[in-house]
Design a protein around this ligand. Structure first.
Ligand SMILES: C[S@@+](CC[C@H](N)C(=O)[O-])C[C@H]1O[C@@H](n2cnc3c(N)ncnc32)[C@H](O)[C@@H]1O
Length: 255
């Protein structure tokens, strides 16, 4: 800058392009979740924050605008396709990473009381900052689900535990069921669910007080990739022995 010249204005935040907004609106509507223009603006802001955050830390492997729109934003909304998400429900996103599905869900369902749990503190800090900037009611929570599930403040406290791309179904059953209220549901989103994983998941569910509560098979809008949602319903108290200590659910899965 030469002496006496005006300081340059701060760079405008990156936002979703117009084409990206149209793709988002079309795909969300195709998936049964049409967006208002205010919600589309919130997604545009989320896109910008995700790009900024990704420049500083490892937040997402997805690089292109199209992939982020379809495989993060629209895919996250697909979690709503299974089960009844009652108005005002307390929801925990187990293993939220960069905020998926927690942040898209908070945009389209501002009535939900969403807690975004992850073992990595800097990811949770990103989610909290982003939620605050976009005016979304998402609480961050740093910790391992194995420990949070034994904390009286969180055990039995949630109507819905939702999870995407975190672990195999038997592991999810052990981590999620202790966190649910009686009658609550785990919604596990999967790209694929083999017959073996499904059977082991249902056996694990029986051990932690759950049964199959529903199943949804569908496709990711525009791309057509297979998606499956499996719902486990809490029908009995989870024994105090679960979840086992950190690492054991993964190392020696139930079922
Ligand atoms: C592959 S990422 C998926 C993130 C996000 N759900 C998504 O779909 O983009 C898995 C995340 O789960 C978190 N995670 C895995 N096991 C966990 C546990 N036992 N407790 C808390 N977080 C866990 C990891 O730290 C990681 O951020």
């Amino acid at each position: 800058m030469s002496a006496g010249s005006e300081p340059s204005p701060p760079a405008a935040p990156t936002l979703l392009s117009e084409a990206g907004c149209r793709l988002l609106q079309g795909a969300a509507a195709e998936g049964g979740h049409p967006l208002t223009s205010a919600q589309t603006k919130q997604f545009a802001g989320l896109y910008g924050r995700l790009l900024e955050g990704s420049a500083q830390m490892n937040l997402t492997a997805l690089q292109s605008e199209r992939d982020i729109v379809l495989k993060h934003f629209v895919d996250s909304l697909g979690c709503l396709n299974a089960g009844e998400w009652a108005t005002g429900a307390a929801v925990l996103d187990l293993g939220t990473g960069a905020g998926f599905p927690a942040l898209p869900l908070a945009i389209v369902r501002p009535d939900l009381r969403i807690t975004a749990l992850d073992a990595t503190a800097k990811k949770v800090a990103f989610v909290e900052r982003t939620a605050q900037a976009l005016g979304l009611a998402v609480q961050g929570l740093t910790g391992r689900a194995e420990e949070v599930g034994r904390d009286p403040q969180h055990r039995g406290a949630y109507d819905v535990v939702v999870t995407r791309a975190v672990a195999a179904l038997p592991v999810l059953a052990e981590l999620a069921l202790p966190l649910l209220k009686p009658g609550g549901m785990l919604v596990a989103q999967k790209a694929q669910l083999s017959a073996e994983e499904r059977a082991a998941g249902l056996r694990a569910a029986g051990l932690v007080g759950a049964e199959l509560g529903g199943e949804w098979q569908g496709q990711l809008p525009v791309l057509g990739d297979a998606r499956c949602l499996l719902v486990l319903r809490k029908v009995a108290e989870t024994p105090d022995t679960y979840p086992r200590r950190t690492g054991i659910p993964n190392k020696r899965p139930l079922g």
